[in-house]
Design a protein. Structure first.
Length: 406
């Protein structure tokens, strides 16, 4: 059992209200901001830096790996050193590395800057969740987590459009100058409005051994492990759809880039609407019931996608699968995150770190699997999707839900 949470702070000192909440949202959005807004510029980077498309792809994978391992390390360290100073240091380094991206003269320096950008930007992503866990409980935690996910979920819809506009006006480097400006504003808000939320008497001892033990302690809590695995594996299924969607819709069904973009955007809007609904239901409907509803929808999506992959991937069936999947993920992501973090309130940074790390590592693992048989064969996608869904459901039912009944 996790220790009881501390009482919520007064409104005047609450970093999850007003400009403080704006700062937390901006910190959480570093991933999609630094990835999706940059996608339209990839071909231009190839030409400008006189490199290959595969080398430019390393700027994406390097950023994601930095984001994954940065969350694991920084989140765990924050349980000993506190949240505020690490967020400020991380944001400063992220700002400088983003400027480095804008000025990079070679692809090797660009890749290095992107890795540093991901690692340092992880401080904001992982500690925004930890701060929410530090100062809120129950329904308000769910509402805030849902709000962060809803706003971040809009990024895949608008970020590529903004990136394309910036690229057309000032070239690919202007995208990173714009990101640097956003990060500078975020840093000002954090310094002015985010107080330290983990007092010294609630911190854990520092040191590598303590950090490793903390990770083991969190993973040893059955409910935390169950909801962590449910979330990570569900996200693995979701990311397998993201990785395969362009090949299925464009290579197999002849969608134009614009038609594909519109379809992807509609799926993102369904996800955002579902996450928003979850936030509104928080405190009115038990979280386990919402998780059950979401997991039932995910299982249905698994059956639909597997059936589609075995029957030639009919377009209508794939589109139905997208709708069911995105609606279900809007229920699973905020509730699984909140239910997991509730079990690690005495080590909120560590709990948040493992969630972020597992999410991005699993996403990186499933991405190459869906294309094993080439862009015209949907079978690897169907199998990968179904396995992730099945394992997620098993973790939810046999580890988390059974643990709740004990």
């Amino acid at each position: 059992m996790a220790p009881p949470a501390s009482s919520e702070p007064s409104r005047s000192k609450d970093p999850t209200r007003g400009l403080g909440l704006v700062g937390l949202v901006l910190l959480s959005a570093i991933g999609p901001m630094a990835t999706d807004v940059y996608l339209p510029s990839l071909p231009d980077v190839v030409g400008d830096l006189n490199t290959s498309a595969s080398a430019v792809q390393l700027t994406l994978s390097g950023f994601m790996l930095g984001l994954a391992f940065g969350q694991l390390l920084i989140g765990a360290i924050s349980d000993a050193l506190g949240r505020r100073k690490l967020i400020i240091i991380g944001e400063v380094i992220c700002l400088l590395s983003t400027i480095g991206c804008a000025l990079a003269p070679t692809i090797s320096l660009f890749i290095a800057a992107r890795v540093v950008q991901g690692f340092s930007g992880a401080a904001g992503v992982v500690l925004a969740r930890a701060i929410i866990t530090d100062v809120t409980t129950g329904a308000r935690t769910t509402k805030l987590i849902a709000a962060l996910m809803a706003i971040v979920g809009i990024a895949p819809v608008v970020a590529p459009l903004i990136g394309a506009l910036l690229n057309s006006l000032g070239g690919w480097r202007s995208v990173f100058w714009a990101l640097a400006a956003v990060m500078a504003v975020t840093l000002i808000i954090i310094v002015g409005r985010i107080r330290e939320t983990l007092p010294a008497d609630r911190r854990r001892p520092s040191g590598a051994t303590t950090m490793v033990k903390g990770l083991g302690t969190a993973l040893g809590r059955r409910l935390y492990l169950g909801y962590l695995l449910s979330f990570a594996l569900a996200f693995g299924a979701f990311f397998s759809y993201i990785s395969a969607s362009s090949f299925i819709l464009q290579a197999q069904h002849g969608f134009s880039p614009l038609a594909y973009g519109v379809t992807f955007a509609l799926g993102s809007l369904v996800l955002t609407a579902s996450v928003t609904t979850t936030g509104r239901l928080a405190g009115k409907v038990p979280q386990q019931r919402l998780m059950t509803f979401g997991m039932g929808g995910l299982l249905a999506a698994g059956v639909i996608m597997l059936t589609a992959s075995l029957t030639g991937m009919p377009l209508w069936l794939f589109l139905v699968g997208i709708a069911v999947l995105t609606m279900s993920m809007g229920q699973i992501m905020p509730n699984a995150t909140t239910l997991a973090l509730a079990q690690t309130r005495d080590m909120g940074g560590t709990g948040s770190a493992l969630i972020g790390f597992s999410q991005f590592i699993l996403a990186a693992a499933v991405s190459p699997l869906v294309g094993l048989a080439g862009e015209h064969d949907p079978h690897p996608f169907g199998a990968t999707f179904a396995v992730c869904v099945g394992l997620s459901a098993c973790a939810c039912v046999f580890i988390a839900f059974r643990g709740e009944r004990r």
